[in-house]
Design a binder for this molecule. Structure first.
Ligand code: URA
Length: 227
């Protein structure tokens, strides 16, 4: 049976990026971001509140997956014409910060396969370089939730997508899940990969001279992993 069109997400693209979706900018979400942006927030609270946002992002990412009709019978003996997900998914985290998003994906999708990609700056060329990858062997037949909390220039994320494409994953089957994005990174990323959807929690003002997101939250990995 053919998959129904993707129609379940209630959120609309973030202008001016047609393939970028932000979570509903509610007061509750802003309160969560205020906590994780605050430099006085403890590591424990940073983990707790960033996990809450990651959970919302993963749930929204799943809203972008296609579904097919599925009828079930309920305990009342009635028929219910529902839907079920079409196709299988996997997560791929961009190390090291993306690893922090894996647990949020596992909470929502039990026994999901997860791959990893490590990209670092090549000191000679100053370009992002692949150092390590471990991906499910059948990744080309899966939808991929690509996980990285901070989208600054977009260099690592673009390299990660190139690697996924080299492994046969179609661009339109990749959903990039991200906590904070800079407009510079979003522009470069969505111009290069227009068919790929980006789900972000917040679009910030821009980048500083060290390519940190402003106002941002500092170094996500440091805040999450170091006391
Ligand atoms: N990575 C981070 O952790 N923070 C930024 O602001 C940009 C990239």
């Amino acid at each position: 049976m053919a998959a129904t069109a993707v129609k379940t997400s209630q959120i609309t693209p973030a202008a001016p990026f047609p393939s970028v979706f932000t979570l509903p900018q509610t007061a509750q979400l802003e309160a969560l971001y205020t906590i994780i942006r605050d430099k006085t927030t403890s590591r424990g609270d940073f983990i707790f509140y960033s996990n809450r946002i990651i959970r919302l992002l993963v749930e929204e990412g799943l809203n972008h997956l296609p579904v097919v009709p599925k009828a079930v019978e309920t305990p009342t003996g009635s028929k219910y014409e529902g839907v079920s997900f079409e196709g299988r998914i996997c997560g791929v985290s961009i190390l090291r910060a993306g690893e922090a998003m894996e647990a949020g994906l596992r909470e929502v999708c039990r026994s999901v396969r997860i791959g990893k990609i490590l990209i670092q700056r090549d000191e000679e060329t100053a370009l992002p370089k692949l150092f390590y990858s471990k991906l499910p062997e059948d990744i080309a037949s899966r939808y991929v939730l690509l996980l990285d909390p901070m989208l600054a220039t977009g260099g690592s994320a673009m390299k990660a997508v190139e690697i996924l494409k080299e492994h046969g994953v179609l661009e339109e089957r990749i959903i990039f899940i991200n906590l904070v994005a800079a407009p510079e990174g979003l522009k470069a990323f969505s111009t290069k990969f227009p068919a790929l959807r980006v789900i972000t929690g917040w679009i910030d003002k821009g980048l500083n001279e060290k390519a940190y997101i402003i106002p941002g939250l500092g170094d996500f990995g440091e805040r999450r992993y170091c006391e």
